[in-house]
Design a protein around this ligand. Structure first.
Ligand SMILES: Cc1cc2nc3c(=O)[nH]c(=O)nc-3n(C[C@H](O)[C@H](O)[C@H](O)COP(=O)(O)O)c2cc1C
Length: 212
């Protein structure tokens, strides 16, 4: 198996971390990998806040927990709320990682929006029909997860904490047009889960062959 294939297939979402510190040079290597991702019209619409401060991590997790509690208190109880209660750790475990990276992005005008506008087809000024910044920042995140794995580190792509997006943005002093699109905890894995189920290739692919 090539090193790349090992990284792609061997990476897991890690949710338990050892206390061991992560070297700054490793964090920088992970972020450098992010910058090599493709981005729409090479806008590189991303920014990274690296949080190593334990008190700040705890504050972020308390904010998320408080918001989750508020949301649950205002929601009629059913199976879905039970799932939320049981999975609340999946919102806050980032606080136990030695490093937490908040990935920010900002809207960019996509080439598609420009062409639609030129053709006289109305497009909301801020609307990007293909969400270019999300697609670009997602490519950067995947590079980060793979590089972390390559360095023997574990990570997890998290959006659940963004239930409290506004509050986290205020705490981290994120100014518009930037917004937090993901939270990525990174550390030495304390345990590595088994591979989660993958759909069979045959169920997700359609070939349209030319010729015969
Ligand atoms: C956009 C996105 C958001 C995610 N958010 C969370 C999250 O908030 N909490 C969490 O525990 N896992 C989160 N995950 C991780 C997924 O649960 C995980 O990738 C999936 O179960 C497959 O497992 P694997 O990453 O180990 O292959 C997220 C993944 C993606 C791509």
């Amino acid at each position: 198996m090539s090193k790349l294939t090992e990284c792609i297939k061997g990476r897991r979402s890690i949710r338990n971390f050892k206390e061991e510190k992560v070297k700054d040079e490793d964090i920088l290597a992970i972020l450098e990998s992010a910058t090599f991702a493709p981005s729409a019209i090479n806008k590189q619409p991303w920014y990274f806040i690296v949080i190593k401060d334990d008190a700040l991590k705890k504050q972020m997790a308390s904010i998320v927990e408080a918001k989750l509690t508020e949301v649950l208190s205002k929601t009629a109880k059913d199976e879905d709320t039970d799932i939320l209660i049981n999975y609340s750790k999946f919102f806050t475990f980032f606080e136990e990682a030695p490093v937490v990276i908040a990935v920010l992005c900002r809207p960019i005008t996509s080439p598609i929006a420009v062409f639609l506008e030129r053709a006289g087809i109305p497009v909301d000024e801020l609307e990007d029909p293909v969400h270019s910044e999300i697609q670009s920042a997602s490519a950067a995140i995947q590079n980060m997860l793979l590089k972390a794995h390559d360095l023997g580190l574990g990570s997890c792509w998290m959006t659940n904490p963004l239930i409290a997006a506004k509050e986290l943005e205020s705490l981290l002093r994120v100014k518009k047009p930037w917004y937090i699109m993901s939270i990525i905890p990174i550390g030495v894995p304390a345990s590595t889960p088994r591979m989660s189920r993958r759909k069979k290739i045959s169920s997700i692919v359609k070939f349209i062959n030319g010729g015969s």
